[in-house]
Design a protein around this ligand. Sequence first.
Ligand code: NOJ
Length: 437
Amino acid sequence: MEQFPASFLWGAATAAVQVEGAYKENGKSLSIWDVAKPKRIKNGEDCHFGADHYHHMKEDVALMKKLGLKSYRFSLSWPRIMPKEGEINPLGLKFYSDLIDELLKNGIEPMVTLYHWDLPIWVEKKGGWLSKKVVKYFAAYVLAAVEAFSDRVSYWITLNEPQCFIMNAYLVGAHAPFKHNFLALAKLTRNTIQAHFAAVKIIREKAKKAPKIGLAMACGAFTPEKRNDPAEIEKARQETFDSLSGALANKWWGDPLILGKPVTVFKVFKIQVKDLKDFLPLDFIGLNIYQSLNSASWDSTGEKKKIGAAETYLHWGLTPEVMYYAPKFMYERYHLPVLITENGYADNDFPCRDGKIHDPQRSDFITCYLSELKKAIDDKIPVFGYTYWSLMDNFEWAEGYSPRFGLIYIDYQTGERTLKDSALFYSSIIASNGKDI
Ligand code: NOJ
């Protein structure tokens, strides 16, 4: 394949908590991330500024247009839209409605993530993801969003990375609400699955424009040591779904949410087939892909990292081949078209003496990962879009603001935006539809 498919959706992504700021403006109530204690976040930082996107929305869309983006993935803030039980905030809806209009005016396809981790405090107080009630609260919020935006939005992503907002938050305790509650895993899993099913049902039944519904998985895959060795490939596939880290990342969520099937170990947790009775099929699977599980530092079955191995600012391995094998393994198991909902490179970029942000490593990262994606498409894996994480530097959860993933540099003192070299590079890839990859 010389170029990517003609309709390929070249995009970039953000999430509300990470970029919006305006954390208590115009009727928004607080989320579990707004109240995170300073000791939970590096350097005692907080998410209150984000990238101040709320006040720079039109400027940010103009930059997207300048880069030639075809799509923009963003999340809706639940507490901005529904600040209290049963109460819809018209100004919250208006912010997203204006954003959607601005995107469409500039020929950019909006892709909406419904839950990117900002549980409202009022829901947390009623038990949050630990309580069954979350399903009905989430459904009410999704309904409000679908009624307000589905005349203009086609792409809906129900949940972003349940692996993180459940497992990192309730088992590892690294994300809000910072708990260690392994015994609650069954309850948490059941409530998450049912909230997702409820959202799919509402979108299917109520959307005004024919919807395309997906889910964004924190997708890890093992990769074979030798590329062309069938036995090695099968071993990597098997580890991707059946090793401890592979099963928790992929099968635990993928099988029930995408296939409507329980995984065997659900029996131990007393999650039953009847808990999955409201399953509805999706239209696509969103994959957030960063590094292979072979090299992931958190993976006990992985190899020991080689001294001096290439890695990002967050110590994530540079393993472009995962961008071939993850879509391949996920497609071959789940049989849904694939959207790369995230892929990106963190560094501690800074303006150089000439005022520009020179980030050649990021451009190289994008090239290497995209060239593997191109091979996957050549091998008939139906991938219809690539979404770089992130459009702009932002609040990286418990890691604070130091890791910068953006194509756009943010000055956190002034809110000033500067396109990094990699933004211009990505823009040239889009312009040629990936011809030189
Ligand atoms: C996963 C998450 O969806 C996003 O919020 C996060 O910033 C990036 N990946 C990088 O860690």
